[in-house]
Design a protein around this ligand. Structure first.
Ligand SMILES: Nc1ncnc2c1ncn2[C@@H]1O[C@H](COP(=O)(O)OP(=O)(O)OP(=O)(O)O)[C@@H](O)[C@H]1O
Length: 483
């Protein structure tokens, strides 16, 4: 596969795009995408053109965004261009900044001796949290698991509206309930081969238009569903997943998408503690979401990755996003990443050091996780505890993070449940959007990726306090101990 940079010029040569958009500067790039700011010629509106160099990511992003259109906290997809022989180009609403920048700026204000010190005001934090929860609730109501939630994927508009973005790793776990009143209208000019939900082959010609973008069929206004209903649906899904027929049509190989490494036995064959092991991209393509209904554990960004993914689970659910959310909320409270692991085992060590060992007591059936028998950690007698990681935060704030960072995924609070938490109706009330501090720029760096962070920060790891780790390797098993 060509590198993104090798292809990034191609958008300038696409007549279908330059006929409608004046391409301005490149504003960002991800593992498999280049993003340009552009002006829509018809009305001068500024948009973001996201050129995706990977078929699977493009497919996933378009599919998820079409389902979620209409949800206020999801990035708007205006239209897209996709021809068989070219990269997909998504026309997205342009969003000036992101939550990583909000956190970085607040931290900078603190270090500059600003009055708010090293924290975001509680009423602002609440407004950010509500928006993130609303966006995630929309995803989960549609059985879409985002799989890469992190502050830099939470984009922010000028008016303070926060939107979940970067759905390149998203998966639809099952079709949302069919609701006739929200039936998707296809544009008259599209024939059946153009219909995105049926993508299982490389696209013929896709040029979605605003009118083709599916109305979000479940939004915030919908009736809350109970946790029981939610997990019943999930159980049904998992049962369905185990049937080999499941998902044959839509499950294909990730290939070399922006897959972030997980703790698999193959990782362990290399030294997992190499300080520079920040290269997550899989070489040669890893079979992922294997077409047998299993999902890949190779998703997300390490710091926000749930324990079940670190242990190689391929049968996970929406709850992996809830773990990421717990990490994001903790970071909003402290302005520091909660578990900034330098490698997957270091990631696990940080989690266990804080929350205690993962055992059958904390998560019945955890020993069935694929890599559970392969890696063993020393017994941690006195975990640090989340309270210690969230100094000077209120019991309600700590409780919210605790409700998300549960080992047993079924114990994690859903986004909908958290939206009803009294924390959001207690004083101080969330500020109106207009009172949020919106950074005027984006840091331009993926501050919540290990590479970005380590380029910019001294390590203040709790592991430094604990001393170096000892790793004992046995034939197929790793044992991790603290000195
Ligand atoms: N709608 C948008 N408005 C403004 N900037 C955007 C928008 N979408 C993406 N960007 C910018 O482009 C960068 C890359 O986009 P994105 O994260 O969606 O791509 P990716 O290839 O999926 O990234 P990753 O490697 O993090 O998975 C973002 O960090 C952001 O700076």
């Amino acid at each position: 596969m060509e590198s993104p940079s090798a292809k990034s010029w191609s958008i300038h040569t696409r007549p279908d795009i330059i006929r409608k958009y004046q391409i301005l500067e490149r504003i960002g790039s991800g593992a498999y995408s280049d993003v340009h700011r552009a002006r829509r010629l018809s009305d001068g509106v500024i948009v973001a053109l996201k050129e995706i160099h990977d078929y699977q990511s493009a497919f996933r992003e378009i599919e998820a965004l079409q389902i979620l259109q209409g949800s206020p906290n999801i990035v708007v997809l205006h239209e897209y261009f996709w021809r068989e022989d070219e990269d997909a180009v998504l026309v997205l609403e342009f969003l000036k900044t992101d939550l990583a920048t909000v956190i970085a700026e607040a931290k900078k204000r603190g270090s500059d001796g600003g009055e708010s010190g090293w924290r975001l005001a509680v009423d602002e934090v609440k407004r950010w949290m509500i928006q993130i929860l609303s966006g995630l609730d929309a995803c989960h109501r549609n059985m879409i698991v985002h799989r890469d939630l992190k502050p830099s994927n939470l984009l922010i508009a000028d008016d303070g509206v926060l939107k979940l973005a970067d759905f390149g790793q998203a998966r639809i776990l099952m079709e949302p309930e069919f609701d006739e009143s929200n039936e998707i209208s296809q544009p008259s000019e599209m024939n059946s081969s153009d219909q995105v939900p049926a993508i299982s082959q490389p696209p013929a010609i896709f040029s979605g238009t605003e009118s083709s973008v599916r109305e979000g069929n479940r939004t915030e206004e919908q009736e809350p569903i109970s946790k029981e209903e939610y997990f019943r649906a999930l159980d049904e899904l998992k049962a369905k997943n185990s049937e080999t027929e499941f998902d044959k049509e839509t499950c294909t190989y990730d290939g070399d998408t922006s897959c972030i490494a997980t703790c698999t036995t193959s990782d362990l064959e290399e030294d997992p503690f190499k300080g520079s092991s920040y290269s997550y991209e899989m070489e040669g393509g890893v079979p992922a979401d294997d077409g047998q209904g299993s999902l890949t554990s190779c998703v997300g960004t390490r710091w926000f990755r749930a324990p079940e993914l670190l242990y190689g689970s391929t049968n996970y659910g929406l709850e992996i996003d809830l773990w990421s959310l717990g990490c994001i909320f903790a970071e909003l409270f402290t302005l520091e990443p909660l578990f900034p692991g330098t490698a997957d085992i270091d990631q696990m060590s940080r989690i266990f050091t804080t929350l205690g060992n993962l055992t059958e007591d904390s998560w019945p059936s955890c020993s069935k996780l694929p890599d559970f028998q392969i890696i063993s950690f020393n017994n941690i007698d006195k975990p640090i505890g989340l309270e210690a990681c969230l100094p000077n935060r209120s019991p309600d704030e700590i409780s919210i993070v605790k409700r998300l960072l549960c080992y047993d995924p079924s114990n994690r609070a859903t986004a909908m449940e958290l939206l009803q938490d009294k924390y959001f109706t207690d004083e101080p009330l969330p500020v109106p959007l207009s009172e949020l501090h919106i950074p005027s720029i984006r840091t331009g760096q993926d501050l919540d990726s290990p590479a970005g962070w380590y380029n910019n920060n001294e390590s203040d790891s709790d592991m430094d306090v604990l001393g170096p780790l000892n790793i004992t390797t046995r034939a197929t098993r790793y044992s991790v101990q603290y000195d």
